[in-house]
Design a protein around this ligand. Sequence first.
Ligand code: FES
Ligand code: FES
Length: 168
Amino acid sequence: MVQVELQVNGKSVSRAVEDRTLLVEFLRQTLGMTGTHVGCDTTQCGACTVNLNGMAVKSCTILVAQASGGSVVTVEGLAKNGELHPVQNAFVQCHGLQCGFCTPGMIMATERFLSKRPSSLDDETIHCALEGNICRCTGYVNIIEAVRHAAHDMYPDLPQSANEKGNA
Ligand code: FES
Ligand code: FES
């Protein structure tokens, strides 16, 4: 067993866990936070993406012991004071989900991508930002639209990219 201590969505958490416990297992099974999904368990799909110390990481690929001392934000931690995060809102507004299984990971990856003002919102840039995330429903058109919607919401002066009009 190993003692881990970390911040999860701004709250201090301390638990004794088996050494081999993955971060995603810790979130879902130890803390009961099931918003972070497990799609593949083999670093392929991105459904388990969380923000660890400011970076989007696949939580099925890291031991919680490795994250100890750090700060984790999950999809449950994005809304503030009852208001959805702009990225969450954009996925709702743009119908950026079908079954919803990939959605927490897509939202977390998008939130990290847009945590800094993007230099471009063209297709290639967004594809690169979300390249680690797979949607088995293949709902990419609306997902990409949601990314752009969120970007313009968060950075209202962002110019429109040349290829962003309806050809995502
Ligand atoms: S569950 Fe982690 S990448 Fe698929
Ligand atoms: S909405 Fe079903 S996997 Fe993406």
